[in-house]
Design a protein around this ligand. Sequence first.
Ligand SMILES: *[C@@H]1O[C@H](CO)[C@@H](O)[C@H](O)[C@H]1NC(C)=O
Ligand SMILES: *[C@@H]1O[C@H](CO)[C@@H](O)[C@H](O)[C@H]1NC(C)=O
Length: 290
Amino acid sequence: MHFQSLATALALCSTTLAAQLTQVSNYGGSAKAKPGMWVYQPDSVKSDALVVAIHSCQSSAQKYFANSKIPWKQGSDRKGYVSVWPSSTTECWDVSSKSTLTHDGGGDSNAIANMIKYAITQYKIDPKKVFVTGGSSGAMMSNVMAATYPDLITAVSLYSGVPAGCFVSSSGASAAWNNTCSGGSSTATGQKWGDVVRAMYPGYNGTRPKIQFWHGSADTTLSPNNYKETLKQWTNVFGVSETPTSSKPDTPEKNYRTDDFGPDVEGIWAQGVGHSVPSHLDASEAWFGL
Ligand SMILES: *[C@@H]1O[C@H](CO)[C@@H](O)[C@H](O)[C@H]1NC(C)=O
Ligand SMILES: *[C@@H]1O[C@H](CO)[C@@H](O)[C@H](O)[C@H]1NC(C)=O
């Protein structure tokens, strides 16, 4: 073989081997909603954990994956875990219809749960290491996933969202925008917000995913009030006080404050930060135990 053609063959070979985002055409399950499923398996898989990274509005799995500010491809490469990238068929995720706000209700949340089940089998994931993250609409969906599929998810780290069930549509419309919630006027007691979560999977008694939520004080898209409402919701679900057990200023960086409410609920308040709070790979991975 000529040197030239050998070099070409080698180049082709390394191109073929480099990991890339790949679509799974049939992930199964009976959900009526059919968002796309994309998977990234790093060249060297060294972990049996799974990270599900859920995109924001007007985005897609491919755009989110290619966004240099979204660090989960880098995390996959560095730590060797598989990541799943759901891709919505609507402008924003459906976090408003009854079907998506119900366990096995057939909506977007059900479809993402099906992706998780497919991934657990296909990529030999430890079912105790299923982690969910997302920004904005993806953060809202992360909260909805925690509420509707507590049996599947181990921990959540979400950036700039709203409480699960806050974007509900009174008409039942799917993927509807909710100005009351986005504007920060959907306020309730922890008990009420907790009931909203419990109603999404009635009778569920098992463990629930640990929740870490980030919000910026200068958010003009999803009012910063949603930080407090999210805090009330998950402290109620876990049966812990709304008063932090510890509060660390300038953590994980200057002007951010990390508030812990026992081991399962953590809020990170980003003073002066708008929409969305940038993903902090190290802090989210630490929350996941990766
Ligand atoms: C918006 O959400 C709130 C709960 O956060 C709900 O009470 C209200 O009915 C919703 N608005 C619409 C127009 O669906
Ligand atoms: C929850 O616990 C109750 C009482 O311990 C039990 O009767 C019920 O079947 C459980 N529900 C589920 C969904 O496991």
